[in-house]
Design a protein. Sequence first.
Lengths: 351, 368
Amino acid sequence: MTAELSPSTPESSTAPRATLYEASTQYRHWRYSLQQLAHTRAALNTAAVSAIREAFESDEPGSSSNVSFLSADEEHLLVKLYVGKISQLCGHFRFPEEVEATAATYMKRFYLKNTVMDWHPKNVMLTALFLATKTTNHPISLEAYTSHIPKTAPSDVLDLEFLVAQSLGFDFAVWHAHRSLWGLWLDIQSLPDAPLDDLRASYDAALKHVRASRLTDAELVYAPSQIALACLSLASPPLAVAWARSKFPAIPDPPVLAVLEPIKDMILKDGSPPEVEAVREVDRRLKLCKNPEKVVGSTAYTKKKEEAERKADEKRRRKADDIKRAMEDGDPFGSELAGRAVDDDDDDDED
Amino acid sequence: MDAVEKANAERQRRWAKDQKIGEGTYAVVYRGREVATGRKVAIKKIKVGQFKDGLDMSAIREVKYLRELKHQNVIELLDVFSSKTNLNLVLEFLDTDLELVIKDRSLVFLPADIKSWMAMTFRGLEFCHRNFILHRDLKPNNLLIASDGQLKLADFGLARDFADPGYKMTCQVITRWYRPPELLFGCRYYSTAVDIWSVGCIFAELMLRTPYLPGESDMDQLKTTFRALGTPTEEDWPGHTKLPDYVPLGQFPKTPLRDLFTAASADCLNLLSKCLLYEPRRRISAKDALDHPYFFALPYPTHPSKLPKPIPKRTSSLPFEELDGNTEPNSTGPGVKANPPNKLKRKHSDEGMIERSKSIARKLDFSQ
Ligand SMILES: Nc1ncnc2c1ncn2[C@@H]1O[C@H](COP(=O)(O)OP(=O)(O)O)[C@@H](O)[C@H]1O
C-alpha cells in the first residue's frame, strides 16, 4: 500500500519487510552462538592478561611473575554477581522492570568488549543502571541517584558513562523477554477453555524465570520471544504447547517448540546468583591483578598519561606547522588541511 | 589501547570534518565527508562534559531511535563516535528543510507537490509508529529535504517509545503551533495521534504558506485552534472537559475548512480534517492516511526530484563564507556573494514544463 502511491514515486519499501526485531541493533550486533561467546571472552581475557602483565613490568620489572590473573570464567562470575545486584538496587529505587532489564543487558554487553581487570563491575554496574534510567526514559538526577548508594560519588558514575555508552556501540534500545512474555500473556488469555486462575499463576511463574534468565547468557544467544516462550514452558509446558499450536495450527510440531529445551536448561542451570564465597575469592585476587594503568597514581598510570599528553602536544604542533606552511604557500584553506580525517582535538570549537 | 578505544578510533577515521554549518540547541553541526567515498555528511557534535547529569536526554533519545530506524523518509544516522568528551553523530547530509521551502515565496507549490511531501511525511511517520516510536516534535523545520528531494523526519530529541501502553508521559512536548489540544489540556496518556495532529498542521501550512494555528501562548493556542476548527462539543470529543488542565474557552463556531482552503480538492480536505479531529482516537493513523483516496487521486504526487526547492542552504556566520562560496556551483564569481538563497526561481526547464507554466495561473496561494 505505501509503496505505489503513484507511478511517479516508485522507490523503496516494496521489498518484503524483515521483522522489526530483525532490523534491530540487538539482532544485528548482539547475537552470538555459545561458541562465539566463549571464544570472545577467552580472547578478551588473554589480551587483557598480556596487556596488564606488560603494564606491571613497565611499572616494575619482574613484578608480574607472581600475579595470579583472573580467568575468563572468573571474570564472568564476578560480572554475574553484579548483574544480580542490579535488581536489588532497582527495588530500592522502585525503578520499573524495563530499567532493570536494560541495565542487565548493558552490563553483559559491556563485558563482551571489556575486562573486569580494567574496569571493576561495581562502578560499571552503577553506571549501566544510571544510563539505563535515561535510555528508557525514566531519568533521575545523578545527585539523587548517588546519594542513595553508599560510598558512591557522582564522579564514579560520570567518569564511566561515556565508556559504557561507547562500549555498547551506542546501541541503547533493547528488546526484552519480559515484554514478549506480556504478549504471550495477552495471547493465552484468548485460548479456548483456558482456566484463568491457572493462567495467572503460570504467567507469574514464567515471569520469575524471565528474571532468572537475566543472569544467564540467554539474551545474547536467543531472541526475546524464544526466551519468553521457554519461560512459559518452564512454568507450564502444556500452555506453551497450546500457545504454539494456536499460532501455527497447520503444523503438527511447531518448530518454535524445538528450540526451547536448551534455553530452559540454560535458565535452570545458570539462572541463580553465584555463590558469594566463590566470588569473594575472585574479587580478592582482582585487587592484586587489576590493570595498574587504570589505577590513578601508579607509575604505569602516570606513564600512560604522559604518553597521551606527549602525543596531543605533537599533534597540536603538527597542526600549527601545517597552518603556518599553508599560509606561506598563500593557501590558508589548503585542501590538505580541510581534508584531514576528523581528529580528536577540538581546536575548531567555537565556544 | 583498549579494544573499545581502538574501534572508536577506526570509526572516527572514516569521517572528515569540514566547516561548521549550524548550531542547534545542544549541538554544533559540521559539514563533513566519508573519507573513502567523498560522500557528503553532516556531523553533529554534542558536548558531553557540560551536563551535570551526564549524557543529555535529547542526545540519548536521538541516538537510541536513529540507531534503530532505517527508512527512506527518516534521516539516516550513519555512525556514532566520540572525540574526547564529545559525542559525534554522523548523519546523512540534507540540503534544506520544509520550513525554508514554505517560506521561500519565489517557489510555487502545485497540489501534486504538496501531495508528494505529505506522502513522504506519512511514510516516515508510519515507519516510526510501526516501530512504536512517537516523534513528538513534528514541524516543518524538522522535515529535512535531501538533494534528491526526499523528505526525511529528523530531530528525534523528543521521541519516545510507546510499547508500554498507559505509561504516563509528559505533555510538555511538541512545538506549540503543532501541539494537539489534548496535550494543551494536560492529557498524560497519549499516543500516535499527537504526531498526526502535527502533520495536519503542516499539511494546512503547505497550502496556506503560513503557519495554520500560530498561538501566542499555550492558552492562546487553544483559542486559535478553536477559532479555526470550532469549539469541540462533548460529542466531538467525549470526556475532554475532564482532562487535567481543561478550561472553558468560549464557544467558537465551526467553519468549514473549505472556506479557508478554497482551492483544495475534496479528498485533500477530507484527509486534512481527519488529521485534525479533536478526539485523538478518531484521528486517522499514518497507515490509514497512506491508504486515503487523496493519494490515489489525480494529480499524482510529484516525483521527489521534481519538487520545488530553494538553492541549498549556505553556511553563515563563518568568516570564510565568501571564500567558501567560490566553490559552490552557484557562485557568481570570486568574492561576490551568490544571489541570496530565496531569490532563485523554480526552474521551468523541467520536463512537464508546459503543464507547469499553465498551472502557474492557479498558483496555490490559499491565503489570498
Ligand atoms: N543532516 C543535516 N544536514 C545538513 N545540515 C544539517 C543537518 N542537521 C543539522 N543541520 C544544520 O545544523 C543546524 C542545527 O541542527 P540541529 O542541531 O538539528 O538543530 P535544532 O537543535 O535547532 O533542531 C540546522 O539548522 C541545519 O542548518
